[in-house]
Structure formats: C-alpha cells, structure tokens
Design a binder for this molecule. Structure first.
Ligand SMILES: Cc1ncc(COP(=O)(O)O)c(C=O)c1O
Ligand SMILES: N[C@@H](CCOP(=O)(O)O)C(=O)O
Length: 414
C-alpha cells in the first residue's frame, strides 16, 4: 500500500507544478558538480537525468532511484539537414537514443522513482505507445506492475509490442489518448494506480534534464532557437521550465526562443495561439500519420503557453507529407527518427523559408523517438508509395535482371 495517495490536480482544476527553492545554489559550483559527475559509472549520477538531481528532485533518497542511465544522448550536425532546412547552424538532439527509444525516459525515471518512494507497486498510463513502453520498462526494472491503456487504432503496433514485451498489462480501448486521460483522471486513485502520464509533475521535472544536458554539452551557450514537436505538450512545458531554471540560476545568460511544431491534423494549440484565443478548443477527432502526436486535448496547454511567454516563442503546424519528407532526410542522414520527431525539421524548414528564422541564426531540433518505433510509416513511405523499391518485384528478378537494373541505378548516382 502506498504511504500516501498522490494527486495530479490542484483544487482549482489545473495541473500541479513543482516549485524548487534554488536559493543558495551557485552557478560555478553547479557547473563543477555536473562536470565531475560525467565520469560516474553505475551510480544514479551516471544518468543524464539524475546528474542534475539538485534541480529535479533534491529530496529523493538515492536508494529509491529507478534508472537505466537514461539521457546521455547524442547531439549531431548533418549537412543533409542543413541543406534541407536552409540553415547553416542546425543541430539535433537525439532523445531517440534513450533506453526505450524515446524522450519519455527522461521523465519516466523520475515519475517511477517517486511512485516507488511512496510505496506504489502498480503504475499506469494511457499512451500512443512511447509513454507506455517507457513505463513498462521502468516498472519492470523496479519489480513493479504496469497497467497501460492504449487506443485500439491509429497508433504504431511496434510500440504496443515493445510495451507488452517489457511485461505490461495492456488494455486497448476505443477512443484516443484524450479519452484515456479522462478515464485515468476519474479512476486511477480508486484503482490504487500511480499515473505516469505527463499530468504527473514529476514527469515534467525529469524532462527538464533534456535542455540541461544540451546546455552542459554546449558549454552553457544555447542556440538561438530550440524546436520541439507538440502533442500533449509535456516536452514544450519541460523545455520552458528547464530554460527558466538555467537562466535564473545564472547557468545561461540568454534564453533561446522556442518553436512548438504540431501536426496539422492535431493542432489545437497552434490554432489557439494563431487565432489569439484565450482558451484551447479540443480537437475531437485528431488525425495524423505522426501517431505520437494524435492528441486533441493536450493536458499541459496552459503550462506550454507559459513557455511561449517566457521564451518569446511561436507555434506552427505542418502537414503529414511535410513530416514524412523531413523524416526521410533525418533517416538518410544516418541519425533517424520517428515521424513525430521529424515535425521539428519540417517546421524549421517552414520557418526559415518564411524568414521567421533568419538563415544566419542557429537552431536545435529535439528528436523525440527512434526510427524503429514506427515501421508502418517506413513501409508506407519507402515501399507502398515507391514502386522502385517494391520488395515484391525485387524478389522476382532473375540475377541477370537484378544486375542490369542495379547497374543502371548505381551508374546514375555516381
Ligand atoms: C516521439 C514523440 N514525439 C513527440 C511527442 C509529443 O510530445 P508531447 O506530448 O510532450 O508534446 C510524443 C508524445 O507525446 C512522442 O511520443
Ligand atoms: N505520445 C505520447 C502521448 C502523450 O503522453 P504523455 O506521456 O505526455 O501523457 C505517448 O507516447 O503516449
């Protein structure tokens, strides 16, 4: 039995937020501490999240930390991406290299550690597949149970299989992520389940580490723009909060501008900002091939609005075609990502072409999920959509035909 029940909402109905007292922290001391911890091995501080424990969850005793040394992901530049976006100074942070293959691990390690510290043994989430894979992985590491609720359509089966493989109990339901959240908000406490969706403020605290790690890697000087995809808006929320921490602690001296990119078919936040509305109108039937962004009622929209205010940020939406074309570029660059992540590259290309981002400025895109998370879209883009690479035909070629065809194609490319 948990020692105390955990609630996610304030009595006003809004989501809870965690406020730290950073008084007494010195920027130079923190920089030294975080640098020293880069050489840690097999202690919680070897994690790219817990390295920054003082800024995330200082009160937690180390024995409660459930970690898989998440974070510590690559920061890359690519000529292909530079050409595609039209920006000379662009880099990508590959959260896709996290242990379960998505940025969710940065937040999940903190949420599961917190739940365990309260004595919970039963964890839950609703998910389009990445949150559930991440939760299932950490719950198993913690010898706990996970119960996850996934929509019965428009999500990637690879992610559901990954979730099952890690040992979760999976319930599929008819509806979207938004319906799943409503269900958990109503029933989780009664069922004794600890919710690991991003309505849980500990998820947001953990996800702040993404921007901490980027800042530390870049010697505390950030690019002019940071671009994130927007679904439930947890990433955008954590980014704004993390940037504010870094700035108020004196670890950076300038806050970059944030651009949040939504998929056109699931863009209620962008619409609200664009139409200068005060309240978000939920999209009842969100629909995008970037299934991780298939969210019509993002729980964290108020917090994400705060990010826009604090960073002089902007929003944009991009079509599925733009997302898949941008994804093909990221994949071909050798970095790779799932469609939702590529929304950032598609968005950046748009912003540069509209001169909202100047060609001389610098930008960093956060790639949120791994290339292999969604093979349906790979099949659609590279096989179904492209007669040249139809495996059905290739297998039927005789050796001689194959030799002649490949010689022709290779000759054209060299
Ligand atoms: C791979 C991936 N990218 C982007 C997102 C959107 O992030 P957020 O919901 O924090 O806006 C998600 C899921 O939420 C995701 O799984
Ligand atoms: N893409 C997400 C949906 C948002 O989930 P949350 O963790 O922010 O609640 C997923 O993978 O489920």
């Amino acid at each position: 039995m948990p020692s105390s029940e955990f609630f996610y909402h304030c009595t006003c109905g809004g989501l809870l937020d965690i406020v730290h007292d950073f008084r007494g922290y010195d920027a130079e001391y923190l920089k030294r501490l975080f640098k020293e911890r880069l050489s840690e091995r097999m202690t919680p501080y070897a994690s790219g999240v817990w390295r920054y424990k003082e800024l995330i969850f200082p009160e937690l005793s180390d024995e409660h930390i459930v970690t898989k040394y998440e974070g510590n992901t690559g920061l890359y530049a690519s000529e292909l991406i530079e050409k595609y976006t039209g920006l000379k100074r662009v880099s990508v942070k590959a959260q896709s290299e996290n242990p379960s293959g998505s940025f969710k691990d940065n937040g999940m390690t903190v949420a599961v550690s917190h739940g365990k510290s309260l004595g919970y043994e039963n964890f839950t989430c609703t998910s389009t597949g990445n949150t559930s894979s991440s939760l299932a992985m950490y719950a198993s590491i913690a010898n706990a149970n996970s119960y996850v609720f996934v929509p019965d359509k428009d999500i990637s089966m690879n992610k559901v299989l990954q979730t099952l493989a890690y040992g979760a109990n999976v319930f599929s339901f008819s509806g979207t992520y938004d319906d799943g959240i409503q269900f958990l908000e109503k029933h989780s406490n009664e069922l004794g389940l600890y919710v690991c969706n991003s309505i849980n403020p500990f998820r947001i605290e953990g996800q702040k580490s993404i921007i901490y790690e980027i800042a530390q890697y870049l010697d505390w000087e950030l690019p002019e723009w940071i671009i994130v995809p927007g679904g439930a808006l947890s990433n955008a929320t954590a980014l704004g909060k993390g940037l504010y921490d870094l700035y108020s602690l004196g670890l950076i001296n300038k806050i970059p501008r944030v651009a949040i990119v939504q998929a056109k078919g699931a863009s209620p936040f962008h619409k609200m900002v664009n139409e200068e509305k005060k309240e978000l109108t939920p999209e009842p039937f969100p629909k995008t091939r970037a299934s991780a962004l298939n969210i019509g009622n993002p729980p964290s929209w108020k917090k994400a609005l705060q990010t826009l205010k604090q960073t002089d940020g902007i929003t944009i939406s991009v079509t599925d075609e733009e997302i898949l074309d941008a994804k093909a570029i990221v994949d071909k660059s050798g970095i790779g990502c799932e469609p939702a992540s590529a929304a950032t590259i598609a968005g950046l290309r748009h912003l540069v072409s509209k001169q909202i981002i100047d060609k001389e400025e610098s930008a960093l895109c956060i790639l949120t999920g791994n290339l292999l998370k969604d093979t349906d879209n790979l099949r659609y883009y590279h096989l179904e959509n492209n007669p040249c690479t139809s495996f059905k035909n290739t297998i039927q070629y005789s050796n001689l035909t194959l030799y002649n065809i490949s010689k022709k194609i290779i000759g054209k490319n060299t």
